[in-house]
Design a protein around this ligand. Structure first.
Ligand code: UD1
Length: 422
């Protein structure tokens, strides 16, 4: 457990480098289970979730070498590929479910404990199961475990997703690479992380077309081979630093990012009055020129406004002139940060999936708050930077699941954050 003490800081200024994408690297690591050859992954962020995924790969027989200084992971085939993932690992990270599709199609069997819900909602895996069943898998979930088998392999089919789930799209896409025949995923998720995974799979010899659109076609192949791949930059970390520039009324150059991946965040920051420029070496965000004003946001699957940016953006909205509305459509319970922000004086009113956020530049005051999840934690850190006095953020280890060196990166820009083991 860790705790951050966040002191009110002045406007953040300077340059920050964005790390590799957490949500891209996790399924990419899971995809290495599809081959018996060496894979090398570059630009890997050092995050708790990535370390858990490495342990999962080890638990089923892979040799995983990490070189954190070079941000590189080598996944080497071991003597066997197991099919069972220990519960201690799955319970630490929901994304462990990504190994179900690859293990199933590679070994004919996968036995994984159910990831269960988390603070942002129930998070069922029915769409993963339905998709894999459509490809011919037998799936039983019982006693907190999900057991999937396909003794005679999987067979390509048409899979329609009732909701464009990121994880289900990825799991089904990975499984379909080694299925017999063609799989079509309709109403697929279109997130950039899906495109990155498809690019990695295609480098391994898969035949995937349409990733990044709502229809993905996967022609199954006999076998895949090892590959090398550089992970895309993290668009949520990018958006978080964009908001950090705005909330502190600062001026940041955000390097190593893909502006196209953060278009909705750019649009909303501009609506608030921030200046965002796409410069040669990065995105420059200035919150120090105009008076910032209220706007409304509604989270949606990509290319809509990302749910993972909702908490962080809400922190900004508590500091602008006027009242904003926030609607969360992706997760059913993703407003835990609203009550924590309200402990800092934000006075946010939540009604079901809607939040009404009154704003004022001098509103927030330091308080003792809890990071209920990863993005909520980031939001509270940013709020703490502009709150009067000192903010004590407990359970800050959630932040380290998904942001590489977050306090260090912010401190290099002028923030005053201290980190303690709680
Ligand atoms: C991924 C991201 C997460 C992000 C989310 C939505 C990773 C590791 N995590 O999570 O950061 O917030 O996308 O952009 O990439 N659902 C079902 N049944 C299913 C699967 C999902 O009902 O079988 C529901 C979920 O409960 C949720 C919604 O669909 O309400 C979106 O979930 P999904 O897109 O699957 O998110 P994840 O892949 O878990």
């Amino acid at each position: 457990m860790s705790k951050y003490i966040i002191h009110q800081s002045g406007p953040l200024r300077g340059e920050v480098e964005i790390s590799g994408s957490k949500n891209a690297v996790l399924p990419i690591l899971a995809a290495t289970l599809l081959v018996d050859e060496l894979c090398e992954i570059y630009y890997v962020p050092r995050l708790l979730d990535v370390e858990v995924m490495c342990d999962i790969l080890r638990s089923v027989g892979k040799i995983v070498e990490t070189d954190w200084e070079a941000h590189t992971i080598r996944v080497i085939p071991g003597e066997r590929t197991g099919s069972e993932v220990p519960h201690e690992l799955v319970k630490r990270m929901r994304a462990s479910i990504f190994v179900m599709g690859p293990l199933l199609v590679k070994t004919g069997y996968a036995n994984i404990s159910l990831p269960g819900g988390c603070s942002i909602g129930n998070r069922p895996i029915d769409l993963h199961n339905k998709g894999l069943r459509t490809l011919g898998a037998k799936i039983m979930s019982d006693g907190g475990r999900v057991e999937a088998s396909a003794i005679y392999g999987l067979k390509g089919a048409l899979v329609y997703l009732d909701f464009p789930s990121v994880g289900a799209t990825e799991n089904i896409m990975m499984a379909a690479t080694l299925a017999r025949g063609v799989t079509t995923i309709e109403n697929a998720a279109e997130e950039p992380e899906i495109v990155d995974l498809a690019n990695f799979l295609n480098k391994m010899g898969a035949k995937i077309k349409g990733a990044g659109t709502d229809t993905i076609k996967i022609e199954g192949v006999e076998r895949l081979h090892g590959a090398k791949h550089t992970v895309i930059p993290d668009r949520i970390e990018t958006g978080t630093f964009m908001v950090a520039a705005a909330i502190t009324r600062g001026d940041l150059l955000i390097k190593n990012c893909v502006p196209d991946h953060v278009r909705p965040v750019i649009a909303k920051l501009i609506e608030c009055g921030a200046i965002v420029n796409d410069e040669v070496d990065g995105l420059r965000v200035r919150g120090d020129i105009n008076n910032l004003v209220a706007t409304d946001i509604k989270t949606l699957p990509y290319p809509g406004f990302p749910t993972d940016m909702q908490a962080v953006f809400m922190a900004l909205l508590t500091t602008v002139d006027g009242t904003s509305g926030v609607i969360e459509t992706v997760f059913e319970n993703r407003f835990m940060h609203a009550s924590e922000l309200s402990r800092m004086g934000a006075n946010i009113r939540v009604e079901g999936r809607k939040a009404v956020v009154p704003g004022n530049k001098h509103k927030l005051v330091g308080a003792s708050v809890i990071a209920t999840d990863l993005r909520a934690g980031a939001a509270l850190v940013l709020a703490g930077l502009v709150a009067k006095g000192t903010t004590e953020l407990h359970e800050a280890q959630h932040i380290e699941r998904g942001y590489e060196n977050f306090p260090e990166k912010l401190n290099a820009l002028g923030a005053k954050i201290e980190r303690f083991e709680d």
